[in-house]
Design a protein around this ligand. Structure first.
Ligand code: GUN
Length: 278
C-alpha cells in the first residue's frame, strides 16, 4: 500500500514551529515583518498572495501589503524595493511573480537585498546554496527536502531524478538533493529515453508542468514520487503525475492538492523567521 505524504499536515507542523519561535522573538522585543508586493491583479497571484498574508497572520508575522497597478513602471517598482531594502523593520521582501511583461523580472529580483530575499531567488542566494554557504533557500525545493526528511525517506546514496530544470524548482532541487548526498540526475525536454532515466529513480521529483504526464511507465517499483505540478482540469486539480495510475507502483507519493503546495508557504514563513533572527 503506498504511503500518502501529507504536505498539509507537515506544513502545519512547520508553521506551528515558526509560531512558537515568533512568540519567543516577540518576548525579546523583536518584531517580524514581511513586505508583500503584487503588480497587477492576476487572479492566481492574488490567491497565492492572500494565502501568504494569511500564513503571516497565523504565525504572528506582520505583513505589509503593496498592491500596485498593472501599469506600474519598472523604475517605480525598483524604487519601492530599494525603499524596503533600507527599511529596518522589514525583514523580508516578496515580489510576487510573474510580473507584467514590461518589467524585467531579473532586474527586480537582483534589486532585492540578499539579506531580505526570503524567496531565495537572488543570484547571491542561489550561489550560496550551490556552495553550501548560509543564505535563504528557495521555498519549494527546501519544502520538498522537509517533506522527505519528515517522512523518514532516506536521501543519502539514493538515485534522485529531477524532471524539470526551472530556476525556481528543478535547478535548486537538484542542488539541495546533492547537498543531502543523493545521486542526482536532472532531466528536461531534450532528455533522450526519459522513461528509462526516470525509472532509475529511488526518489522521483516531477516538475515538468504537464498535467498527469508521469504514469507508471516512468516509475520503478517502490519509488518515492514527489509531484510539484499544479493544474486545473475541468475544475479539478491534478499534478504532473497520473496519481491513480502510479499508486500501486510507488512506496510513497505526494497528492495534489495537499502535497508540495502548502510546503512552499511554510518554508517562506521559515525564511522570514530566520531573517528576523539574523
Ligand atoms: N509565483 C509563483 N510562485 C512564486 C513564489 O514562490 N514566489 C514568488 N515571489 N512568486 C511566485
Amino acid at each position: 500500500m503506498a504511503r500518502i505524504i501529507d504536505g498539509k499536515m507537515i506544513s502545519q507542523q512547520i508553521k506551528d514551529e515558526c509560531k512558537e519561535e515568533v512568540a519567543v522573538l516577540k518576548e525579546q522585543g523583536k518584531s517580524i515583518c514581511l513586505a508583500v508586493v503584487q503588480v497587477g491583479a492576476d487572479p492566481a497571484s492574488s490567491i497565492y498572495v492572500n494565502n501568504k498574508k494569511k500564513a503571516c497572520a497565523y504565525i504572528g508575522i506582520e505583513s505589509l501589503s503593496y498592491e500596485l497597478p498593472e501599469e506600474t513602471t519598472q523604475e517605480e517598482l525598483l524604487s519601492l524595493v530599494e525603499k524596503l531594502n533600507q527599511q529596518k523593520d522589514v525583514n523580508g521582501i516578496l515580489v510576487q511573480l510573474p510580473l507584467p511583461a514590461h518589467i524585467d523580472e531579473d532586474k527586480v529580483i537582483q534589486a532585492i537585498s540578499p539579506l531580505k530575499d526570503v524567496d531565495g531567488f537572488h543570484p547571491a542566494s542561489v550561489g550560496a546554496m550551490c556552495i553550501g554557504q548560509p543564505g535563504f533557500l528557495s521555498c519549494t525545493p527546501a519544502g520538498i527536502i522537509q517533506l522527505l526528511k519528515r517522512s523518514d525517506v532516506e536521501i543519502a546514496g539514493k538515485e534522485c531524478v529531477v524532471i524539470g530544470r526551472s530556476n525556481i524548482v528543478g535547478k535548486p532541487m537538484a542542488l539541495l538533493l546533492l547537498r543531502e548526498n543523493g545521486t542526482v540526475t536532472v532531466c528536461h525536454s531534450k532528455t533522450q529515453n526519459l522513461k528509462e532515466v526516470a525509472k532509475r529513480a529511488d526518489i522521483l521529483i516531477a516538475a515538468i508542468g504537464k498535467p498527469r504526464m508521469i504514469n507508471h511507465e516512468y516509475i520503478k517499483e517502490g519509488a518515492v514520487v514527489i509531484d510539484v505540478g499544479i493544474h486545473r482540469e475541468n475544475g479539478k486539480m491534478c499534478g504532473d503525475v497520473d496519481f491513480a495510475d502510479v499508486l500501486d507502483h510507488v512506496s510513497a507519493i505526494t497528492p495534489v492538492p495537499g502535497g508540495v503546495g502548502p510546503m512552499t508557504i511554510a518554508m517562506l514563513m521559515r525564511n522570514c523567521v530566520e531573517s528576523a533572527k539574523r
